[in-house]
Ligand binder design. Structure first.
Ligand code: HEM
Length: 216
């Protein structure tokens, strides 16, 4: 297999990426058709997902397969918590709730984190590389639409303060993917899990789209 793994995983998820990007909820949100409540609800859902992604980071950092991907500068839970405190107020913890689609997504991430490092890498890639890419577009729109301070409270989730050069970071990340310590069969399984990760994101957008509709 000559094609680098980073190319394989990107190509395999390309179609689903377009689907996620063009989902009604994302389109409405970024098109300015929804209020800050929808953005806040989405941010809450991300908090549940990233808690699952980051809860086992210390242990996974010692894993031969997942370890190279675990980087402190990526951790998002503290940033999400600052955003939620800004969006919902100091008592935000008592009001957040996970949608069923979010529970399903977070449970799958937790399952991979607990027992399948390759699957965990698929979820790690799907979220963090996306956040470093399209996430920047979302941040820009959110700042303009709801008046958050540039890179400030409300959009800190999208700000990787300790990643000086995101393009270089992504290049390094793709090199890690290309060197992932698994065989070809396992690489196919990781790709399949990446597709599942995208599907879980799309399902979350559908659920949010049902709760918040520009047509309502
Ligand atoms: C409106 C929403 C979105 C926009 C505008 C967007 C935009 C982009 C753009 C422009 C890139 C290319 C960056 C580059 O080549 O360096 C990218 C990459 C990526 N996005 Fe998105 N995206 C969105 C939503 C999502 C979602 C929901 C996910 C999954 C949860 C996602 C996951 C990814 C991943 C994993 C990559 C890296 C692909 C690779 O180079 O291997 N994106 N996105």
């Amino acid at each position: 297999m000559d094609t680098p793994f980073s190319t394989l995983i990107r190509t395999a998820s390309h179609e689903q990426h377009t689907e996620a990007e063009t989902s009604t909820f994302m389109g409405d949100l970024l098109g300015g058709a929804l209020g800050v409540e929808a953005y806040t609800r989405y941010t809450e859902q991300l908090w549940f997902v990233y808690r699952a992604l980051e809860a086992d980071a210390e242990r996974l950092a010692r894993d031969a397969v997942a370890g190279p991907f675990i980087r402190p500068e990526l951790l998002r839970v503290p940033e999400l918590e600052r955003d939620l405190a800004h969006l919902r107020g100091a008592g935000w913890r008592s009001s957040v709730s996970a949608l069923p689609a979010t529970r399903e997504y977070a449970a799958r991430v937790a399952e991979c984190a607990a027992s399948w490092p390759g699957g965990y890498v698929a979820h790690h890639y799907t979220r963090y590389l996306g956040d470093l890419s399209g996430g920047q577009i979302i941040r820009d729109k959110a700042e303009r639409t709801w008046g958050f301070a540039r890179k400030g409270d409300g959009v800190r989730f999208y700000v990787f303060e300790q990643v000086g050069n995101p393009a270089a970071f992504k290049r390094g990340y793709r090199e890690l993917l290309d060197k992932i310590a698994v065989d070809d069969l396992e690489k196919q399984r990781v790709i399949a899990e990446c597709k599942r990760a995208f599907a879980l994101n799309t399902a979350l957008f559908s659920a949010l789209g049902e709760e918040f509709s520009s047509a309502a």
